[in-house]
Design a protein around this ligand. Structure first.
Ligand code: GDP
Ligand code: MG
Length: 215
C-alpha cells in the first residue's frame, strides 16, 4: 500500500524482489546502487552472512520526481531465499506495492523457482493479498549460463496466472536487464497508483525510477 505524506509531499512505494536463494536478487540491488547518482539514492543496506546470502533482507531507497509536486520514493527490498526464513519473507511482503519475481534460468533451478513462486502466493494470501491485485512481473536471470532453459519454457512454468505478466531477460551480474526491470515495475506501480486515486492515466517516460543515462 503506497504511503502518501501530504505535508512533506512524498509518496512511498515498496517494491520487492522475490525468488529462490541465489537467483540474483541482491545483485540487482547492487547494480542499481552502483549506477544511480548518490543524491537520488540512499545507502544499500545488506544483512548477509559470509557466504553472501541474504539473512533478512536488502534495502535500497531511491527518489524520483515523476509525479508532479511530489517526491516519489521507491523502496527496494529483497527477501532471503532459503526455505527456513519464511517468517522474514512474509514480513517483507507487508504493504508491498509491486513485485518482481526473479527466476534463476538454470534447468536445475526450475523446481526451486516453482516452489518459491508458490511460497510467494501463499505468503501474499496470508496478508489477504493476491497477485491479481498487485502489479508484478518476472525477471529471467542468468541468461548467460549455458545451462539456462529456454525463455518460453520458464514463461510456461511461471507465467500462468489469470493474466499474463511481462518478463525481462537479464544477466544481473553484468547489469543487463536490471534497469529495464526496475523501470517497467515502477511504471506498473505508478499506473496502478494513479488508477486507484482516480488520477488521469499518466503518459510516463521510459525511465521512471531513475535515469540510466548517468547524470
Ligand atoms: N552467471 C550469472 N551469475 C549471476 C547472475 N546474477 C547473479 N549471479 C551470481 O549468483 C550468485 C547469487 O547472487 P545473489 O544476488 O546473492 O542472489 P540472491 O540470493 O537472490 O540475493 C552470486 O554469485 C552472483 O554473482 C547472472 O546473471 N549470471
Ligand atoms: Mg540476497
Amino acid at each position: 500500500m503506497s504511503f502518501i505524506n501530504f505535508a512533506r509531499k512524498e509518496i512511498a512505494f515498496k517494491l520487492v524482489y522475490y525468488g529462490p536463494a541465489l537467483c540474483g536478487k541482491t545483485t540487482n540491488l547492487e547494480e542499481i546502487h552502483a549506477a544511480v547518482a548518490p543524491d537520488l539514492r540512499g545507502d544499500l543496506t545488506m544483512l548477509s552472512t559470509r557466504q553472501d546470502r541474504t539473512l533478512f533482507f536488502d534495502f535500497l531507497p531511491l527518489k524520483s520526481d515523476i509525479i508532479k509536486g511530489f517526491t516519489s520514493k521507491f523502496q527496494l527490498y529483497t527477501v532471503p531465499g532459503q526455505a527456513i526464513y519464511n517468517e522474514t519473507r512474509k514480513l517483507v511482503l507487508r504493504n508491498v506495492d509491486g513485485i518482481v519475481f526473479v527466476a534463476d534460468s538454470q534447468w536445475e533451478k526450475m523446481e526451486e523457482n516453482a516452489q518459491s513462486f508458490r511460497n510467494m502466493q501463499d505468503n501474499l494470501a496470508e496478508h489477504k493479498m493476491s497477485l491479481d491485485d498487485i502489479p508484478y512481473m518476472l525477471q529471467f536471470n542468468k541468461r548467460d549460463l549455458p545451462t539456462a532453459a529456454p525463455v518460453h519454457y520458464i514463461d510456461f512454468m511461471l507465467n500462468n496466472g489469470t493474466t499474463r505478466v511481462p518478463y525481462v531477460e537479464s544477466v544481473a551480474k553484468e547489469g543487463v536487464g536490471v534497469f529495464e526491470t526496475l523501470n517497467l515495475l515502477s511504471r506498473m506501480v505508478l499506473a496502478a497508483f494513479m488508477k486507484a486515486n482516480n488520477m488521469p492515466a499518466p503518459s510516463l517516460p521510459d525511465e521512471i525510477a531513475v535515469s540510466t543515462s548517468g547524470g
